[in-house]
Design a protein around this ligand. Structure first.
Ligand code: ADP
Length: 295
């Protein structure tokens, strides 16, 4: 089973081209879709989740035509949106029970066993009688995972899952995601490089609706190896360095700016070779230092 997206495009009524001829093959396992805000990630996720239409292109999940056989897709889809909108004032137990019923788990005993197992799995058993509206961000996300797992999905779409979670909650969420079966296509859309670095065996980078890279994180790192240089500078020196070099990131380390630049050759001038991170790859693409389009 894999998800094969070919030539997917979407232009909104206001003229924004949110997806520009995106072609991407996504195998089973955890796949990271990385891009800055406004890159088109939600548009792609919502299209795959049958919540909105593309203008052109195709997406096949195994032999299901995702854009045409919406009913078939929904049967095998687990979707965890960025925001649920209004959180229901019913308990976690009641809500899961309700969703399971909607997804066709009609037999009462079977549904009870399923709901109980899911609440245990996502560590919300103790809180099962509490209203979801009163949950913390991390608890809401874990509830989201529980509901997305009903019905043994083959495709799980998780949109910006860790935004707003504290580090402890994020770790619990990561652990939960990695327990999802290996035979499921899991797409994790995020602007947080660390999410992809820690979880994903394959990834893509998109920006302004265009695919900039697709492959394994290690291949992404190989792209920039030997081309990333770092230097600690004084605050007032940033502008001059930005004018002279291709600055791809700028972080404060102990209150002093530390810049990473992209350069084919050693720039001298006090720079040292940096061990590239996925963040360097991401920013090199976003800033246009790597122009090679993904295959
Ligand atoms: P991301 O999820 O990567 O932040 P989105 O898919 O939400 O990106 O948005 C991609 C682009 O499309 C952005 O420029 C956004 O402003 C625009 N956009 C998203 N939804 C709509 C919409 N319903 N109508 C018009 N423009 C939209």
């Amino acid at each position: 089973m894999q998800l094969v997206i070919a030539g997917l495009s979407k232009t909104y009524a206001n003229g924004v081209k949110a997806l520009d001829n995106v072609s991407l093959t996504i195998p089973t396992g955890m796949f990271g879709l990385l891009g800055p805000n406004g890159a088109g990630k939600s548009t792609l996720m919502r299209t795959l989740a049958t919540l909105q239409e593309a203008d052109s292109g195709t997406a096949m999940l195994g032999d299901i035509d995702v854009l045409k056989q919406k009913h078939e897709v929904r049967k095998v889809l687990g979707y965890l949106p960025q925001e649920f909108g209004v959180y229901p004032r019913v308990s976690a137990y009641q809500m899961l029970d309700h969703i399971a019923l909607l997804k066709g788990v009609i037999h009462n005993g079977e549904r009870k066993a399923l709901v109980e197992a899911l609440l245990q799995k996502v560590n919300l058993w103790e809180h099962r009688k509490r209203r979801i509206a009163g949950f913390s961000g991390g608890m809401k996300q874990r509830f989201g995972i529980a509901q997305s797992l009903i019905g043994e999905p083959k495709l799980i779409i998780v949109d910006e899952p860790t935004a707003g979670l504290d580090p402890g909650e994020r770790n619990r969420f990561y652990n939960l995601l990695t327990e999802i079966g290996e035979n499921v296509v899991v797409i994790l859309s995020t602007h947080i490089v660390q999410d992809v670095q820690e979880l994903c065996s394959n990834m893509a980078i998109i920006n302004k609706g265009r695919l900039l890279f697709a492959g394994a994180p290690n291949d992404a790192l190989a792209e920039v190896k030997g081309r990333i240089w770092e230097k600690s500078i004084a605050k007032g020196e940033l502008e001059a360095h930005s004018a002279k070099y291709r600055v791809i990131s700028n972080k404060l380390i102990s209150g002093r700016p530390s810049i990473h630049i992209f350069s084919e050759q050693h720039p001298q001038d006090g720079f040292t070779a940096a061990e590239p991170s996925l963040e360097d790859v991401f920013f090199s693409h976003i800033h246009g230092a790597l122009e090679t389009a993904a295959a």
